[in-house]
Each structure stands twice: as structure tokens, then as C-alpha cells.
Design a binder for this molecule. Structure first.
Ligand SMILES: [Zn+2]
Length: 97
């Protein structure tokens, strides 16, 4: 199935070289929060994190704690993304001049 590059809009057919970029943003929880930790401790830590996030909806809170984004890119946009994945403005020019 042909799909458009999510960055530049170029149509990419099934035989075109295309790339999937998966971005996962996760809140940096304290290192002492381990898998085998008591459930009460984990719940207390989540409670503290939500308090720090302030008065926001459950959906907003979830997005603040973990967010996953998926993009389809053409080869040129893959190169541009890989050259500047966190938007520092170096390496490759952006689409907006
Ligand atoms: Zn592109």
C-alpha cells in the first residue's frame, strides 16, 4: 500500500525504500524503583510523580509519563531525522526555510 512520508509528504509505493521511526518518551523514574519492589512503594512513587505533574487529566498524565510516536519516512527524511533527532538545528536543513 502506498503511503506518504510523514515529514515531506512524498508518496512512497510498496516497493519504495521507506523507514519506520518509533519514538518512545518515558519519564525518568528513580533508579531505586525496581521490579521486585513492593506494590505499595510503586504506587506511592506513581502518586508522587502525578503530584509533580500537577492538575491534569488522566490522559495528559499518561502522555507525560509515557508517549509513543510512529512515523513513516522516505530515505531523505530518514537521513535528516538521523542527523538531528532531537532538533538541535545542526546537520541537515529542516523543511521550513
Ligand atoms: Zn520525506
Amino acid at each position: 500500500m502506498a503511503r506518504a512520508c510523514d515529514r515531506c509528504g512524498r508518496i512512497l509505493g510498496e516497493s519504495a525504500v521507506r523507514y519506520v521511526v518509533v519514538i518512545s518518551i518515558t519519564a525518568d523514574v528513580p533508579a531505586e524503583l525496581e521490579i521486585d519492589q513492593a506494590m505499595e512503594d510503586v504506587e506511592a512513587e506513581i502518586e508522587r510523580l502525578l503530584e509533580r505533574l500537577g492538575d491534569i487529566s488522566a490522559e495528559e498524565a499518561e502522555a507525560q509519563v509515557h508517549q509513543r510516536m510512529v512515523y513513516l519516512l522516505c530515505p531523505d527524511c530518514r537521513e535528516a531525522f538521523a542527523g538531528d533527532p532531537i532538533g538541535k538545528g545542526v546537520g541537515f536543513p529542516s523543511l521550513v526555510q
